[in-house]
Design a protein around this ligand. Structure first.
Ligand code: GDP
Ligand code: GDP
Length: 455
């Protein structure tokens, strides 16, 4: 539709770009010091991933968005992994296993100057077992003389080694072309097989908020463990649990149940586990310890779920243990710390007493319904027309930018594209989001709004 100065190709392109579902996930794995973080920086094209991290510095952020040749994907950086009490082999294996579990394809980084080590061989076995597409990066090939080193890595049996210099950028373009070939258009494991199967819940939260207690409470003896991968260091396990007459798949519950006692890198490990679970899930139930102040870590977990575009429920646990005073402060904290996710259904539970367990499923169902909501274009534009007439954008530089029309480009979560006659300010975008929520619900779901401006 050549509407109001947009040609139909622009409109279709914008809708297509905005309507992408969840992005495919690329994991970058390998031993410490092979150059994973440097390579991730190179892939995402900026300095946000922290290479200069000191050991022991908390790193919560493990997934980044990247784009190559017009395709977008997520990158899971495992470079923050510290060698820990498990010993180097087990530690690398555990790290790789989590990352591989969450990924649609893997870049396996080997230091070409060092050559393949026993630890590298161990990772190769994990990669084989996982069966995900692998791109082998032979790193630290800073010049032509290093190419021969790279060719020795054919011996790993993973196909062609791609000689790269993460530091200088040499060869990374060719490697990324191979990555794009390996990555599916849409994440296979997450959404391809979802139709008709049980809905997938990630139960997440910082240590000691009561995740395993809650899982035990809701599951009782009825759970069915699926997806067990015996013989590996870590066992990412999904469990089928019947709740409210419906079977749900709780993803990656092994990370909840088995307490691996890591010292160094424990926070990072928890972040990686959380990111992996969120990637696999449709809805995240974030557990907060209501008896303690809401922490930065709680907020980061919420941000992780929102950025991943998952449906969201926030459960305040240990409600049996709240006094009047704490309850007062909790409400204040929720307002100030979680104001940006006020749309998330909230349940106040006690894993210990079973309080309000029955409210969990309706909250999850409401969030999933919001996540899947589709607003017909006619209704959306009737709404936008009224909105713009009643509350026009402020005049800027003598001009008044107007929202001309819009469409919902996708769901899970809902994504909108608005077409405008001029630049739409952030405040007005937020206003539109607020009004969209008032009008159409969207309980429990982030919504994305992108704006295209007529040239
Ligand atoms: P990670 O532990 O695998 O994340 O490794 P880092 O990215 O932290 O890199 C480890 C060290 O190798 C750092 O000193 C990097 O500067 C260096 N390094 C990374 N990539 C390259 C490369 O392509 N060439 C050279 N010469 N050094 C590199
Ligand atoms: P996880 O690390 O998130 O899996 O937390 P756990 O389930 O291991 O619980 C951490 C601690 O909190 C344990 O001592 C639990 O007994 C306690 N806990 C869990 N849920 C509740 C609850 O609802 N009320 C109270 N009072 N304590 C709880």
């Amino acid at each position: 539709a050549a509407e109001e100065g947009f040609d139909s190709e622009d409109v279709e392109g914008a809708i297509e770009a905005a309507g992408h579902g969840p992005l495919p996930v690329l994991a970058v794995v390998g031993r410490p010091n092979v150059g994973k973080s440097t390579l991730v920086n190179r892939i995402i094209g900026r300095r946000e991933a922290v290479v200069e991290d000191k050991p022991g510095v908390t790193r919560d952020r493990v997934t980044y968005e990247a784009e190559w040749a017009g395709r977008r994907f997520k990158v899971v950086d495992t470079g923050g992994w510290e060698q820990d009490v498990l010993g180097i082999d087990a530690s690398v294996a555990a790290q790789a296993e989590y990352a591989i579990e969450a990924a649609d394809a893997v870049v396996f980084v080997v230091d070409a100057k060092v050559g393949a080590t026993d630890t590298d061989e161990a990772v190769v076995r994990l990669l084989r077992k996982a069966g995900k597409p692998v791109v082998l990066a032979a790193n630290k090939v800073d010049g032509p003389s290093g190419e021969a080193d790279a060719s020795y890595l054919w011996a790993l049996g993973l196909g062609e080694p791609h000689p790269v210099s993460a530091l200088h950028g040499r060869g990374t373009g060719d490697m990324l072309d191979a990555v794009l070939e390996a990555l599916p258009e849409a994440p296979e494991q997450t959404f391809g097989t979802a139709i008709g199967g049980p809905r997938r819940i990630a139960l997440i939260g910082r240590p000691n908020v009561g995740k395993s207690s809650l899982l035990n409470k809701v599951a009782g003896e009825e759970r069915v463990v699926v997806n067990e991968q015996a013989g590996t260091t870590r066992d990412p396990v999904d469990e089928l649990i019947e709740l409210g007459g419906v079977t749900w798949k709780f993803v990656d519950t092994a990370g909840i149940r088995k307490r691996v006692h890591l010292q160094q890198g424990a926070d990072y490990y928890a972040s990686l586990r959380t990111a992996a679970a969120v990637e696999k899930a449709e809805v995240a139930v974030i557990l907060i310890d209501a008896t303690e102040s809401i922490s930065v870590q709680d907020q980061r977990i919420v941000t992780m779920a929102v950025e991943a575009g998952r449906a969201l429920v926030i459960a305040y646990n240990k409600w049996d243990n709240l006094d009047e005073e704490r309850r007062y402060y909790l409400e204040r904290e929720i307002e100030t710390e979680f104001g940006q996710v006020a749309w998330a259904p909230r349940v106040n539970v006690s894993a210990r007493t079973g309080r309000h367990m029955e409210k969990l499923v309706p909250a999850v169902e409401a969030a999933l319904a919001g996540w899947e909501t589709r607003v017909p274009t006619g209704r959306l534009n009737a709404f936008l027309g009224e909105l713009v007439a009643a509350h026009p954008h402020p005049i800027r530089g003598g001009k008044q930018p107007r929202i001309l029309f819009g469409t919902q480009a996708g769901t899970k979560p809902p994504r909108f594209v608005l077409f405008a006659s001029g630049f739409i300010e952030a405040g007005y975008r937020r206003f539109i989001e607020r009004r969209l929520r008032e009008e159409f619900g969207f309980e429990g779901t982030p919504i994305h709004i992108s704006v295209r401006v007529r040239e």
